[in-house]
Design a protein around this ligand. Structure first.
Ligand SMILES: Nc1ncnc2c1ncn2[C@@H]1O[C@H](COP(=O)(O)OP(=O)(O)OP(=O)(O)O)[C@@H](O)[C@H]1O
Ligand SMILES: [Mg+2]
Length: 258
């Protein structure tokens, strides 16, 4: 049994709305833990708090209440142990592909420029981008950009990879290829992954566990025990995705009645 690599206890976060100055509850009393090596998917409707949850885990957003620990240490700011990857447009357009991946390595102590370059090249190989090291970001397709973003997030060797809808801006074919590669990379690197998605099929295809959220709360938490690698055409994926969607609907109805 692996030990928890992340624990959240009674985490809450409220924002002041820019529109009318009212308080918006983004996270309310969120408690769960994640074991090393899990692939956790966070699923829920728009506005339920998924991105806020990733952001507080990364340390970029401060909590109002509660605690988050990564391998026992209190999270109180961003660091290279929890790297965050966004939906799109998060690469630096003034750096080439290699430069983007090397960027994150400057936060790793005691690494020469040569070592940084070797490491960046190794991660570009891992994500299947061996031949575009000196391409500009605007020469890349959407799928290639997300591969660069993935290599950049992995290069500092974080113990948790946080992904906010990393595949949702891509076309279906590119997405499916990335699902296959993501499973291979997750297995090879043995990273703990926490990934936000709107898509129940995507969660069923990738996750070892799915947490459902509604109005800032965790409303369901279930393991997905189908073997990896999975593809979107597997019968188990469709069935699991339907069950997840039904559960989300049922739980949300119950929540709104209470
Ligand atoms: N910086 C902010 N200032 C004010 N309100 C915010 C801010 N960030 C998020 N919110 C509000 O907090 C709630 C949760 O937002 P969040 O972005 O975490 O949801 P989400 O589940 O990621 O949504 P989506 O699926 O649309 O990305 C929403 O009501 C949102 O409007
Ligand atoms: Mg979001």
């Amino acid at each position: 049994m692996s030990s928890p690599c992340l624990t959240l206890e009674n985490v809450s976060k409220t924002y002041m709305s820019n529109r009318d100055g009212r308080l918006v509850t983004a996270l309310a009393d969120v408690t769960f833990s994640v074991n090393a090596g899990e692939y956790l998917c966070l699923l829920g409707r728009s506005g339920c708090g998924k991105s806020t949850l990733l952001s507080v885990i990364s340390g970029l957003t401060e909590l109002d209440a509660g605690t988050i620990r990564n391998n026992g240490e209190l999270v109180c700011g961003p660091n290279r142990h929890r790297m965050l990857m966004f939906q799109q447009d998060a690469l630096f357009p003034w750096l080439d592909v290699l430069g983007n991946v090397m960027y994150g390595l400057q936060f790793v102590e005691r690494m020469s420029r040569d070592e940084m370059q070797k490491k960046a090249e190794a991660y570009l190989d891992l994500v299947g981008l061996s031949n575009v090291h000196h391409f500009h970001i605007n020469q890349l397709s959407g799928g290639m950009r997300q591969r660069v973003a993935l290599a950049r997030a992995l290069a500092p060797d974080p113990n948790i990879l946080l992904m906010d809808e990393p595949f949702s801006a891509l076309d279906a074919m590119t997405r499916e290829q990335l699902y296959a590669d993501m499973q291979r990379i997750w297995k090879e690197t043995q990273k703990t992954v926490i990934m936000v998605t709107h898509n129940a099929r995507e969660a069923a295809c990738l996750g070892t566990r799915i947490i459902l959220m509604s109005a800032g709360r965790v409303i369901d938490d279930q393991p997905i025990s189908l073997p990896h690698p999975r593809t979107m055409n597997d019968t188990g994926i469709g069935q699991t995705a339907s069950l997840i969607s039904q559960r989300l609907q049922q739980k949300e109805n119950v929540e709104s009645i209470q």
